[in-house]
Design a protein around this ligand. Structure first.
Ligand code: 13P
Length: 260
């Protein structure tokens, strides 16, 4: 069976105008058309979902959101619901990003809240991308238990039907927002992806462990995308800062376009 690679662009709180958003998006759109093995998901800030939803899409390009509310509808000031973004043609949503778990101000999201968001995303027909990852590494391996606990508490209780479609993005917080030189090596990524599948197997069984898609994110740049795709054992990439520079992102897409 042909296995598609998934490359997700997380624009975070950038750019500042719809014109800039369209410009970046159009650069990505033209290159995506020519890819054979890659599905591309662009996750802009909420206000740009509408203008971007009006553009033309090749079959392998999708719109996604960076978050949804953990409530369905009603009196929740400032929140955006899963159905609202679904109705703007978004197909994917990033859930539990570390910048939401540990925001610079205020309370962050707990695993329990993230689990509710995953449930709602699946219920309305969005494909969630669950982010996990430790703040730092230690020699005793506490970070492994930390990752296992995140996976367990975020996914426990979701129906098997949903778990079969799960996408887990491993994003170690210490590797985010740097240069590719300071990020993880493909060998280390390979190891942690095996570990994530082992955890999924222990918790939810073989089918879910083998069916899950595991992505890597954390300072992936055009210099590191190819080695990570070749040797990192991943099903795709989650890209932050490099996804705002169309030329660099297009390079990453081309490097990801390999048969697996
Ligand atoms: P950077 O690629 O900027 O490190 O961001 C990674 C990330 O957080 C994507 O969700």
């Amino acid at each position: 069976m042909k296995k598609h690679t998934i490359v997700v662009a997380n624009w975070k709180m950038n750019p500042e105008t719809p014109e800039e958003a369209k410009k970046i998006f159009n650069g990505i759109r033209l290159a995506t058309k020519r890819l054979k093995n890659v599905k591309v998901v662009v996750c802009p800030p909420f206000p740009f979902l509408y203008p971007l939803s009006k553009l033309k899409y090749p079959k392998n390009l999708f719109l996604g959101a960076q978050n949804i509310s953990n409530e369905i509808k009603g009196s929740f000031t400032g929140e955006v619901s899963a159905n609202m973004i679904k109705n703007l043609e978004a197909k994917f949503v990033i859930i539990g990003h570390s910048e939401r778990r540990y925001p610079s101000a205020g309370e962050g999201e707990s695993n329990e809240v993230i689990r509710k968001k995953l449930q709602i995303a699946f219920d309305v027909g969005l494909t969630p991308i669950l982010c996990v990852g430790e703040k730092e590494r230690d020699n005793e391996g506490a970070y492994l238990a930390f990752i296992k606990n995140q996976i367990k508490e975020c996914l426990i209780g979701l129906s098997k039907k949903y778990l079969l479609d799960i996408i887990v993005a491993y994003e170690p917080i210490w590797a985010i927002g740097k240069s590719y030189k300071n990020a993880m090596s493909p060998t280390d990524i390979h190891e942690i992806v095996l570990y994530i599948r082992k955890v999924l197997d222990e918790l939810f069984g073989r089918n879910i462990a083998t069916g899950a898609k595991v992505l890597y994110g954390g300072s992936v740049e055009s210099e590191s995308a190819l080695p990570i795709m070749k040797y990192g054992n991943v099903d795709g990439l989650l890209i932050g800062h490099a996804s705002l520079k169309p030329e660099q992102f297009v390079e990453i897409l081309k490097e990801s376009d390999i048969k697996r």
